[in-house]
Write a protein that binds this ligand. Sequence first.
Ligand SMILES: Nc1ncnc2c1ncn2[C@@H]1O[C@H](COP(=O)(O)OP(=O)(O)OP(=O)(O)O)[C@@H](O)[C@H]1O
Length: 317
Amino acid sequence: MKSSKDMSLVADIGGTNTRVALVHENTVRQDSIKRFRNAEFSNLEVILKTYLDGHRVDVDAVCLAVAGPVQENRAQMTNLDWDIECQSIKAATNAYDVTILNDLQAQGHALDQLPADQLYQIAPGKSQHDGPKLVVGVGTGFNAALVVETEKGVVALASECGHIQLPAATDDQLALFKFIQADHGFCSVEDAVSGRGLVNIYRWMAQGTANPDVTAKEIVEACDAGHKNPQAAAGKLFCKLLGHITGDLALTQLPHGGLYFVGGVARAFTSHLIQFGFYDAFKDKGRFSEFMSHFQIFIVHDDFAALNGAASYLSKR
Ligand SMILES: Nc1ncnc2c1ncn2[C@@H]1O[C@H](COP(=O)(O)OP(=O)(O)OP(=O)(O)O)[C@@H](O)[C@H]1O
């Protein structure tokens, strides 16, 4: 086993995918990035052991970006039956220092390093260089973090806003709300605005006729193929709900430094968001409609950005 001085490991653990990389001299080694499908593993420890065995290195420190609430260096994943805890990660990796962040916090720490070619701007706005930023994740789940510059550096504040109640502004949205509520007992934002949420919307629209095994990817592929099919109708409602919700979050947090979407589902909708009504819904805030056009909105195309954020967090502690 090679012992590499000051080598660290970073990982971004989502509901579907785990991305892992090595960090040397505060920089993610691009040739070390690897993505694992969680469904093929029984727990995170097995993924990390497999990864480290493959690279034949020792690591001193580990920083994990986990899709779930983090408390006292322990995380309970929201969309996977994995409990992540420092002692067990130390045992699996032989690292003496393990830190756990929420994944959106790590995304927040990555924002100031994103190259321009990884950012796709969807709303013009006017950002203040040092204004607060809001990073919004739409993947297996939904969540957001407010990112602020302080005298001590970047602070990314965790939330669990994907689990607030879904707002319903139209009869259709209320009917969707009731459909999901009847199924799960509660209708959260994430139940409609995430990969699983998109499938829920499509199933509600095509009640009785939807293929029960349809995936979010298949729905977006049908949107790519044309805008008159039932999948595109589901995509349009999805984008409008995404606009309403992120508009609410923007008014709550005032991200004058910009709003940044991350996650596989947000990325997949990049070319449809505007046509499918996202921005009109985002600005549909009564007397504050004009105010909403001040916020710049971007989609982050780098699926590995949270790894850079975790590395940045480690370097600045
Ligand atoms: N091309 C695609 N079009 C639409 N949805 C997609 C596409 N590819 C993947 N997805 C959906 O994106 C989700 C996975 O996205 P992503 O990899 O960002 O999630 P994650 O990081 O594993 O999860 P989390 O949201 O918990 O952080 C799944 O719901 C999957 O069905």
